[in-house]
Design a protein around this ligand. Structure first.
Ligand code: ZN
Length: 91
């Protein structure tokens, strides 16, 4: 088979690449599947991981001080935890 995308004469498989259906060789399929496309399964998994990380951030550090990371990650929520001067000091 001839790859519709790069013209190589290689074994191909039917695939949608860049919104176009055709016969694609492994190299073309691999190249496109590596791109992080918003809405793709890989992209969603990465987003989920980031969200889970954010959920682990506590408003207070283990020393009882405002947690700067929390303030940066949750600017709105932080307003109900901390005074304006704390927010200014730790953000
Ligand atoms: Zn190809």
């Amino acid at each position: 088979m001839i790859c519709d995308f790069c013209g190589a004469s290689k074994p191909t498989t039917g695939a949608v690449l860049n919104g176009k259906f055709g016969q694609a060789c492994k190299a073309c399929v691999y190249q496109v599947s590596r791109q992080a496309i918003p809405g793709s399964a890989q992209y969603s998994r990465d987003r989920d991981r980031e969200d889970n990380l954010r959920d682990l951030i506590q408003p207070w550090t283990n020393k009882g001080l405002p947690n700067r990371e929390f303030i940066l990650a949750y600017p709105e929520e932080s307003k109900s935890y901390f005074t304006p001067s704390q927010l200014e000091q730790y953000s």
